[in-house]
Design a protein around this ligand. Structure first.
Ligand code: ARG
Length: 464
């Protein structure tokens, strides 16, 4: 690109062309061209409004809309020549419009600025992205509900400190992830309300002298509200930061989910089987089947946290109103949305295919003294204070470690060494089933409660 060919749209003020490197350095078209559809949508609404406001004639409006529609088709057919010397998506499309329809094309920008235009485009784009992302969340949640329902009776060890704690239903564990995703969904739906406010009409920063009717563009573009201050309208990027914050939380959840899948597919745990299509092998170790999808998602969470930190830093200390800094908002935002959407998609595809190794899980729960709390609770029901029960059971576990026996494997006489309050009804509470069934309240791990939670989850998804 030669310096002579650089952008002419502000040419009047300049006595020499922009330096060729500076033109490339300041250009954003390489990444903001993905806003083309929303840019054209915004321009069509703006032109429609300008006609109703008496600024454009009907013929001018129609020529503009027609030209923009054809430009969209050109772009989608891969026939559009994106020019770096035209800086960004907005000026590329406007220049092409003037090529196609002549002088009328130059009237489109009446009463607006790229400052309100770009803020409008990003919001329209992000609104669509959020809609796709929340559908993927729902799809993943549906998979979790199906699995939870099917495996409500499968027992695994529940962990604290990654040490065996108490037996839980595998379905119950799956539903913990369901809860996290429900909050992610709520957050994105809430964030969308603030994304969906219209800056168009703010113009460069102070509004415009033309008799624009912002209610019209607001309605045409499906915005929920009109931004109430033009300075704020062109400079506010809270909505992008908020999205990245919600996306970061969702990725943090997926990274925790990933970590458990990585652990559980290891030979040491061997709790679940991940179908081959979500794994890869090693180029050197023939025995390897690596859980690549969860590992990659765990790693990708960092990009999204980076986007959040980047955008907060971008906005910190910026004076009103628009500053060129803001051009830096797009790449992190795009990347955060792409990363979250793809990670959710991979998980939504993978979760229905997870297969628990029921016997391995059960054996692990049985081996880890996971019903020790149940024994203590049994003694409490016999009238002993909980602290004393805790100590009695501690001795029983110590004996079990020394003799290689789980609590349920000890004879009544062996158990009675630790308390004469223990009777032969104790074995009912020492079984895994007895333990999970006893936690029979809302949010507890009893299989009946898991099934009730699945039903609540299904109702929640049906109401979306
Ligand atoms: N490419 C610019 C951006 O992404 C568009 C707005 C430019 N406005 C300006 N006055 N230079 O922010």
């Amino acid at each position: 690109m030669s310096a002579e060919k650089t952008n002419q749209s502000w040419g009047g003020r300049f006595s020499e062309p922009v330096d060729a490197f500076v033109a490339r350095f300041t250009a954003s078209v390489d990444f903001d061209k993905r806003l083309y559809r929303h840019d054209i949508m915004g321009s069509i609404a703006h032109a429609t409004m300008l006609e109703q406001a008496g600024v454009l004639s009907i013929a001018e409006r129609d020529a503009i809309i027609d030209g923009l529609t054809q430009i969209q088709a050109e772009i989608e057919a891969g026939q559009f020549d994106w020019r770096v010397d035209l800086e960004d998506v907005h000026m590329n499309i406007e220049a092409r419009l003037t090529d196609r329809i002549g002088i009328t094309g130059k009237k489109l920008h009446t009463g607006r600025s790229r400052n309100d235009q770009v803020a409008t485009d990003i919001r329209l784009w992000l609104r669509d992205e959020i809609d796709v992302i929340i559908k993927e969340i729902t799809r993943l949640q549906e998979g979790l509900l199906e699995q939870a329902e099917q495996h409500a009776d499968v027992i695994m060890p529940g962990f604290t400190h990654l040490q065996t704690a108490q037996p839980v239903s595998f379905g119950h564990h799956l539903l913990a992830w369901f809860e996290m995703l429900s909050r992610d969904h709520e957050r994105l739906v809430d964030c969308r309300k603030r994304v969906n406010r219209m800056p168009l009409g703010s113009a460069a920063l102070a509004g415009t002298t033309y008799p624009i009717q912002r209610e019209i563009t607001c309605r045409l573009l499906g915005f929920e509200a009109i931004g109430g201050n033009s300075l704020d309208g062109v400079s506010d990027r809270d909505f992008a930061i908020e999205f990245c914050a919600a996306a970061s939380l969702a990725m943090m959840h997926l990274s925790r989910f990933s970590e458990e899948l990585v652990l559980w597919t290891s030979a040491q745990f061997n709790f679940i089987e991940l179908p081959d299509r979500f794994c890869t092998g090693s180029s050197i170790m023939p025995q390897k089947k690596n859980p690549d999808v969860p590992e990659l998602v765990r790693g990708k969470s960092g990009r999204v946290f980076g986007a959040l930190t980047g955008l907060l830093t971008l906005m910190k200390g910026q004076p009103l109103a628009y500053n060129k800094d803001n051009q830096e908002d797009k790449e992190p935002l795009f990347d955060a949305a792409d990363t979250l959407r793809d990670s959710l998609r991979a998980f939504a595809d993978m979760v229905p295919a997870l297969k628990p190794r029921v016997e391995v899980m059960r054996e692990a729960a049985r081996r880890g003294f996971s019903t020790a709390t149940d024994l203590a609770d049994y003694l409490v029901r016999r009238g002993l204070p909980f602290r004393d029960c805790h100590e009695i059971v501690g001795h029983a576990v110590k004996y079990g470690v020394a003799t290689g026996k789980d609590l349920a494997e000890m004879s009544l006489d062996e158990l009675r060494q630790f308390s004469d309050q223990i009777g032969d009804d104790v074995f009912a509470v020492l079984t895994l089933e007895g333990s999970v069934n006893a936690r029979d309240h809302i949010g507890g791990t009893a299989p009946a409660q898991v099934r009730a939670a699945v039903a609540r989850g299904k109702a929640l998804l049906a109401a979306r």
